[in-house]
Write a protein that binds this ligand. Structure first.
Ligand code: SF4
Length: 312
């Protein structure tokens, strides 16, 4: 082919590639915005200001519970962010490195120029698990407080390299105040041991700290109100790997509406920390045939952490 013609064909192909990637990016942005709308957080995305500025300008109603029970969760979300860190000084502005802003190509990702909701939450200088627990107090910020027996804050090694995140406490957890202590909890403990670790070596927490009635999934207003405490726990622990269990925690941290069967087994970046979604142990109790898939996911985690499987 004549060189001029070849150059022209090459240029057309480049243009097609550019159009394709722009279309993909547009779809990803639409996905993200849909998810924000679903959570009722669109105004927060549009008016993204530092946490301390929000805290100053957003007066919390005296009855904090009304935040979550009102339908205006979109207006309450910034207040929830500030309410999760009353009086705490934010750390220096977050710098999101180029690698931290790049996600797996299979993930629903945010454009590099727009930090995620949680990337926008400023880290609290010198934050610690005891301070976070103290800030939660005898929490009535969302309607889940009405039916709870105990707040299930989280448990484990405060310096853990591996952190598991589930959705919310069940009946046994609500009674004991410990996460993952029922049948699903026993299975999680077995999974941890199979990875060559003890339960005390890892940290285990949930997206919401109080039991949803009838073990239903946490609702969007409850997640928006409670999840800033989880973000602070993650920032305080600084694990090397976060392993989310089930769809709720993966969708919350990754801000995606994609199902767990699409997300599991893939690495994602969460504010500079590797995140591996896998199935919830409660799902495995109902579907034992999915255990090998979870084991594959855990083996990927073990490879990153340099762990050897427990010898049988
Ligand atoms: S779920 Fe979280 S925000 Fe809601 S009452 Fe419990 S601790 Fe407070």
């Amino acid at each position: 082919m004549d060189p001029a013609k070849r150059a022209s064909v090459g240029a057309r192909s480049d243009v097609r590639d550019d159009v394709r990637s722009e279309t993909q990016l547009e779809e990803q942005v639409k996905d993200w915005l849909r998810y924000g709308e679903d959570l009722g957080l669109a105004p927060y995305y549009r008016d993204r200001r530092p946490l301390h500025a929000i805290a100053k300008s957003t007066a919390l109603p005296n009855d904090a519970h009304s935040i979550a029970t009102s339908n205006a969760i979109s207006a309450a979300a910034p207040a929830a962010m500030a309410a999760a860190a009353p009086g705490r000084a934010p750390a220096s502005p977050i710098t999101v490195s180029a690698s931290a802003s790049q996600k797996s190509p299979t993930a629903t990702i945010l454009p590099a120029s727009a930090p995620s909701l949680f990337e926008s939450i400023e880290r609290i200088a010198g934050d610690s698990l005891p301070r976070i627990r103290e800030d939660i107090g005898d929490c009535t910020r969302c309607k889940l407080h009405k039916g709870r027996t105990k707040i299930v804050f989280g448990t484990g090694n405060p310096n853990a390299e591996l952190m598991f995140v589930g959705e919310g406490p069940g009946r046994d957890e609500d009674l004991s105040g410990e996460p993952f202590v029922g049948r699903a909890g026993k299975l999680l403990t077995d999974m941890i041991k199979a990875m060559g670790l003890q339960r005390e070596d890892v940290y285990i927490a949930n997206v919401v700290k109080c039991r949803p009635p009838e073990n239903r999934l946490p609702e969007k207003d409850e997640i928006a109100t409670c999840s800033p405490f989880l973000m602070r726990q993650i920032d305080a622990i600084k694990p090397k790997v976060i392993c989310t269990l089930g769809s709720c925690s993966a969708q919350t941290l990754l801000q995606t509406a994609q199902g767990i069967s699409k997300l599991r087994g893939e690495w994602f970046d969460f504010r500079g920390t590797k995140l591996m979604p896998t199935y919830h142990p409660a799902y495995l109790l109902r579907n034992p045939a999915a255990k090998p898939e979870v084991w594959k996911d855990l083996q990927k985690v073990m490879a990153v952490l340099g762990l050897q499987p427990k010898k049988r």
